[in-house]
Design a binder for this molecule. Structure first.
Ligand code: GLC
Ligand code: CA
Length: 549
């Protein structure tokens, strides 16, 4: 039970294609990434989540897979992967890879064989209909504006196939035992190459069994498929995990954890959306409510908290009015900053105009919230975005390493880069890059290294029982985490104005509070309530010690 590595992990998500180009062709690759492992070690992260790196027509950033058992030749070879995996292991860094098996690319040989020959076994790998069925209910198309339907006619097949996402991403039929066996083979393959788990892409859609369409046998409990995946995973590698992308309401989320026999980790989309509402209002209440709404997590379960990911900042669980409040604060131009009528295409630092104090407060909160933090590459720098790019690409520009050519990402000609490096405005690579920020004492990067170190030294945050504390001030969020008799308290001010928070700390009476971030004198809790003077966007972490002063 003590060996749940993910409870106190710091996960870092990156896309190999945009991280570091090792051979100068303008596309990031495994060789380049491997060269940057010491940077990641220095930053203190303990686990890398690699976005899809499989052969792909690349019409959805690699989430349209053509071959699950290989590496896209643009990014390297399987040999390069193994080298990377070995060197990561040497440094104590674990690897999680994306498992994208809700759908395949329509260029996948399974799909191509299916449409060539209906008698082939691959026909039943997908979901077909002679007539165009009603569009899938519940959520309908995933990319409104870019996608019209969930059933598209394939000329060569003479039938319609189902797809939740783009029409080039045909949904797999997981009611077919052969498809489930394929998925196990894929998992087994990457586990054998040293990965510590999978991010399960589009988990709710993977398990929805098209019951509404009456095309397939009705299955009472679709979540049973997760049990099957988890059993297989654990037989093959006991410490490997499933981390699900499931943007669902709290009552649904508990089914993904069940009693600890399904997913070990779930992304906390619910907390994420309400965090942005809280920040827009400069009030803690929405985040307090969101964490209180979350279902209890089984002892081996864990939330994966994040600020931004590679997709749009989806706000679909909030009302239109709430979305408008967030728009007004962080993304006022609906035409350029929003997508799918539900989310924001920006990275976080530009949303807050690079306000360093607010950035630090936010990442301090991320690192201390109950669960495990997931950083997206470049967040440690406060990297910007490029709104001139289409769809979700503004937040996917290359990593910024140095003030040199292409931000040190690649030696190729700028027009040959996979995506342009941010070179205009406040966040341009000449100013925002690893080489410059690491030498600047108060920079976000230097701060992040210290903050990550601190987080790892506070296992109470990832492992403990947590409790949200009343602060008697609307803009202050405070929580207390207790584990094995040790206590850490974190306090965050969501407002730019200084204030006083009054916390009830009955359980910690006569104990000493050691300020973990700032070099400030220790305080003693000498009454049941204790006042804290906070600066605007302040963040404080305290360890409660036994010694009485
Ligand atoms: C997930 C990914 C997203 C992708 C989609 C389809 O939501 O995060 O980037 O487009 O799945 O695979
Ligand atoms: Ca390259």
């Amino acid at each position: 039970m003590l060996d749940l590595w993910y409870k106190n992990a710091v996960i870092y998500c990156l896309d190999i294609e945009t991280y570091m180009d090792g051979n100068g062709d303008g596309i990031g690759d495994f060789v380049g990434l491997t060269q940057r492992l010491d940077y990641l070690t220095g930053l203190g992260i303990t686990c890398v989540w690699l976005m899809p790196f499989y052969p792909s027509p690349n019409k959805d950033n690699g989430y349209d897979v053509m071959d699950y058992y290989s590496v896209d030749p643009r990014l390297g070879s399987l040999g390069d992967f193994v080298e990377f995996s070995r060197r990561a292991e040497e440094r104590g860094i674990r690897i999680i890879v994306d498992l994208v098996v809700n759908h395949t690319s329509d260029q996948h040989p399974w799909f191509q064989e299916a449409v060539r020959d209906r008698e082939s076994k691959y026909w039943d790998y997908y979901l077909w209909s002679e007539q165009k069925p009603e569009d899938i209910q519940e959520g309908g198309v995933m990319f409104p504006g870019l996608q019209d339907t969930t059933w598209t006619y394939y000329e060569k097949a003479g039938a319609y196939y189902a797809h939740r996402f783009y029409d080039h991403q045909a949904d797999l039929n997981i009611t077919n035992p052969e498809v489930r066996a394929e998925i196990q083979r894929i998992m087994g393959f990457w586990l054998a190459l040293g990965v510590s788990g999978f991010r399960i892409d589009a988990a709710p859609h993977l398990i929805e069994l098209r019951q509404a369409d009456n095309l397939f046998e009705r299955v009472e409990d679709p979540y049973i498929y997760i049990d099957e995946m988890r059993d297989f995973l654990s037989w093959r590698r006991g410490d490997a995990i499933l981390l699900a992308e499931a943007n669902e309401t709290p009552d649904e989320l508990s089914k993904y954890f069940d009693h600890g026999d399904r997913m070990q980790m779930l992304f906390n989309f619910w907390g994420n959306q309400y965090f942005f509402l809280a920040l827009a209002r400069q009030e803690a209440a929405p985040l307090v409510q969101a964490f209180q709404d979350l279902p209890p997590v089984p002892s081996i379960g864990q939330w994966a908290n994040f600020v931004r990911n590679h997709d749009e900042l989806t706000l679909d669980k909030l009302s239109d009015d709430e979305q408008d409040e967030i728009a007004a604060a962080f993304a006022p131009d609906r035409d350029t900053m929003w997508i799918f009528d539900r989310g924001i295409r920006r990275r976080f630092a530009p949303m807050v105009n690079g306000d360093l104090q607010l950035l630090k407060m936010t990442y301090s909160l991320l690192l201390s919230l109950p669960g495990t933090p997931v950083l997206n590459y470049g967040e440690e720098l406060g990297i910007g975005d490029d709104l001139s790019l289409e769809e979700r690409k503004p937040a996917r520009t290359p990593m910024q390493w140095s003030p040199g050519k292409n931000g040190g990402f690649s030696t190729a000609a700028p027009e040959d880069l996979i995506l342009p490096v941010v070179s205009e405005g406040q966040f341009n690579y000449k100013e925002v890059n690893v080489a410059c920020l690491r030498r600047e004492p108060g920079s976000l990067l230097t701060w992040m290294e210290q903050a990550i170190r601190l987080r790892k030294e506070c296992p109470e945050l990832g492992w403990g029982q947590w409790q949200i504390l009343d602060t008697k001030h609307p803009s202050v969020f405070a929580h207390r985490c207790q584990w094995q008799g040790n206590v850490v308290i974190a306090i965050h001010n969501f407002s730019p104005d200084p204030c006083t928070a009054t916390l009830t700390l009955k359980d910690d009476l006569d104990h000493c509070l050691v300020d973990l971030f700032k070099n400030q004198p220790e305080e003693t809790v000498s009454a049941p309530t204790h006042e804290f003077q906070l600066e605007g966007y302040d963040y404080r972490w305290f360890r409660v010690t036994n010694s009485v002063i």
